[in-house]
Ligand binder design. Sequence first.
Ligand SMILES: Cc1cc2nc3c(=O)[nH]c(=O)nc-3n(C[C@H](O)[C@H](O)[C@H](O)COP(=O)(O)OP(=O)(O)OC[C@H]3O[C@@H](n4cnc5c(N)ncnc54)[C@H](O)[C@@H]3O)c2cc1C
Length: 396
Amino acid sequence: MDFTLSPDFVATREAVERLMVEVAQPAAKIAEREGRFPREAVARLGEAGVFGAAFPESVGGSAQGFQAVGLISETVSRLEPGFGYCMNLQGMTCPLTIFNWGREDQIRRFVPDLIRGRRIGMFALTEPGGGSDPAGNMRTTAKKRGDRYVLNGSKMFITFSDECDAGLLFAKTDPSLGAGGVTAFILEPKTMKGYRADPISMSGLSRAFRSCAVFLDDVEVPEENRLGEEGEGFKISMTALEYGRLTVSARLLGLAQACLDAASAYARERVIRGQPIGRTQSVQQLIADTTVNVEAARLLVRRLGWTMDKGEAAGREAAQAKYFASFAARHAADAAAEIFGGYALADEYPVRKFTGYIDMLNMGEGAPAVQRTLIAEDTLGYKDANRHAPRRRTSL
Ligand SMILES: Cc1cc2nc3c(=O)[nH]c(=O)nc-3n(C[C@H](O)[C@H](O)[C@H](O)COP(=O)(O)OP(=O)(O)OC[C@H]3O[C@@H](n4cnc5c(N)ncnc54)[C@H](O)[C@@H]3O)c2cc1C
């Protein structure tokens, strides 16, 4: 067993750190001030290969694999968490699902542009009726009319849906069925009439990287944009969430590390009663607990990437990594808030910003209660969390 990062991985992490400092951080500042999505910066990161680690070179990826995806996602989120959304939507849930389930023409048409950041993706599953049971609560319908489907309904909290050029959306082709009635579609909202995305105002989250309510009013989608077969959509969405749990866990880990870094620096600088607060026992206990949680979360995230790189089912590893990274990040945010005192609330310091992103990621790709159920049912022997063979294409 070897826990050291390979020289290649160290070089990748350093390259991503440089891009975050030189491209992403200045772009995020301007984007936030202007409330404008930083398209140019997303494209620059895409061109530099930040979103392509899970893809072969034949579609523009770097073929570094899932451990690299985890490391890059952690680094991006630690240094500029808004761009962390792109790790999912430009690098995993949207393009990887098209790559693994799509026909060759669909892959060639959509995947290279998504991972290069030239087109913006989305993954539209959640509906107003509740995200924890997406198939049971799905009311959006797709009715076949000639060589097209006509979509009606609404989605909730869909990130990048107001910027999306090509993204995934799930709808029921047979509303009389539950999971078996769901079908996946590749939507191209900019050229499809009847599509509307209204940003949801969420305090503590970005004005530039937005999540929206989506309304579909007789949106016509050509049959060639159906992903997989009719009725396969739920299975497709569940494999996508497993890929997404890698990036979401790694993003939570990056944020936990960012909280720890900020809190440690502040504890060393802040002098009360003649000594830095880092010298007090209560602050040291917070720092110690956070350090161990961060390291444990990192090991679970690495194990998840490693299992996925072996081509094995990773539902168990994904649920455990997501659940624990969520816990570690929330703990790190609470500890940072305590160490910063009143300054945790000041916009000049990053604690509130980190906390907003952590709260969001805590719910994304399955809330903690959902992960706990998966983990407990697996441990108790009721339902093997790794019962589904993974759907992964390795070349094209
Ligand atoms: C900022 C943001 C961005 C998002 N981006 C996207 C996106 O791009 N695409 C997308 O499809 N979705 C997105 N989501 C939606 C996200 O995945 C959902 O919020 C999440 O799945 C939870 O769904 P819900 O909010 O409807 O909560 P609900 O499903 O209503 O759950 C509420 C609470 O009840 C608990 N609960 C539910 N069922 C059970 C159970 N069986 N046992 C115990 N407890 C239970 C949950 O754990 C949760 O704590 C986003 C959400 C946010 C906040």
